[in-house]
Design a protein around this ligand. Structure first.
Ligand code: SAM
Length: 237
């Protein structure tokens, strides 16, 4: 199947700003979306009380940044990168009122965005990396994110993942996640979600990503949570 181009992805997200501005139920198809947002932002606040520079790649409408800024006493600068201008406009509006730090918005594929190296305490990458395609693309992206972090900085990911084992992929994704989607709505909805994932996404397994994060130089990687085909994980420079 032909995979979606960046332009197609941009156009789809241009029309989806409202859903991604909802801190509670915006992403029902994404299992434990709200719970992982709480977990990741709690962890960032715990580990970085003096947060200075945050980068959110594929920031959408800025939900993670809004949640983080609700919890931290710090006033970090926040750099927001996304393909979609309507998403960035909404993110800037929401995040800008929550910190005295500077807000920078960059409308660009994060792989090509010009950003300062050794600058960020924290990079947030949620529900975005599954758009990466081949092995080289994944490795270049992880290496770029590594270089953007300060020493001691960290990359926080929540995303759709695959299993390495094809039988487990069938069981966990097709059957179990399929049941979850059917229960959420109906079988037609399940098929609709499976079809757009097949068209748009190229997720990698959690093991693949953790190994690659170590390979590009991260000194510690850790798993926060996994439920079927969704997981949250972190890598420290
Ligand atoms: C599923 S949304 C998630 C938004 C947000 N991270 C969240 O968790 O609420 C994915 C976002 O990533 C953006 N995106 C996808 N590929 C991207 C890329 N290569 N560079 C920058 N943004 C990208 C899309 O435009 C979209 O706004």
């Amino acid at each position: 199947m032909n995979k979606a181009t960046l332009q197609e992805i941009e156009v789809r997200f241009d029309k989806d700003v409202e859903r991604f501005s909802n801190l509670e139920t915006g992403q029902a198809t994404t299992m434990d979306a709200v719970w992982n947002m709480e977990l990741i932002t709690d962890a960032i606040v715990r580990l970085y009380p003096d947060l200075e520079n945050v980068l959110d790649i594929g920031c959408g409408a800025g939900n993670y940044d809004v949640k983080l800024l609700q919890k931290t006493q710090a006033n970090p600068n926040v750099t927001l990168v996304d393909l979609s201008q309507p998403m960035l406009d909404r993110a800037k509006e929401r995040v800008g009122v929550m910190t005295q730090g500077e807000i920078q918005i960059i409308k660009r594929d994060f792989r090509d965005a010009v950003l300062d190296e050794d600058k960020f305490d924290v990079i947030i990458a949620t529900s975005v990396l599954h758009h990466l395609r081949d092995d080289q693309d994944w490795e270049n992206a992880f290496l770029k994110l590594f270089n953007l972090l300060k020493k001691g900085g960290s990359l926080w990911i929540f995303d759709l993942i695959e299993q390495n084992n094809t039988h487990l992929q069938e069981l966990i994704y097709r059957e179990k996640y399929g049941e979850y989607l059917t229960h959420l709505k109906d079988e037609a909805y399940r098929d609709h979600v499976f079809a757009y994932v097949a068209h748009e996404d190229t997720p990698r397994s959690l093991v693949y990503q953790l190994n690659l994060l170590s390979k590009v130089g991260f000194k510690e990687v850790d798993v926060l949570h996994k439920n079927l085909c969704f997981a949250s994980y972190v890598a420290f420079k």
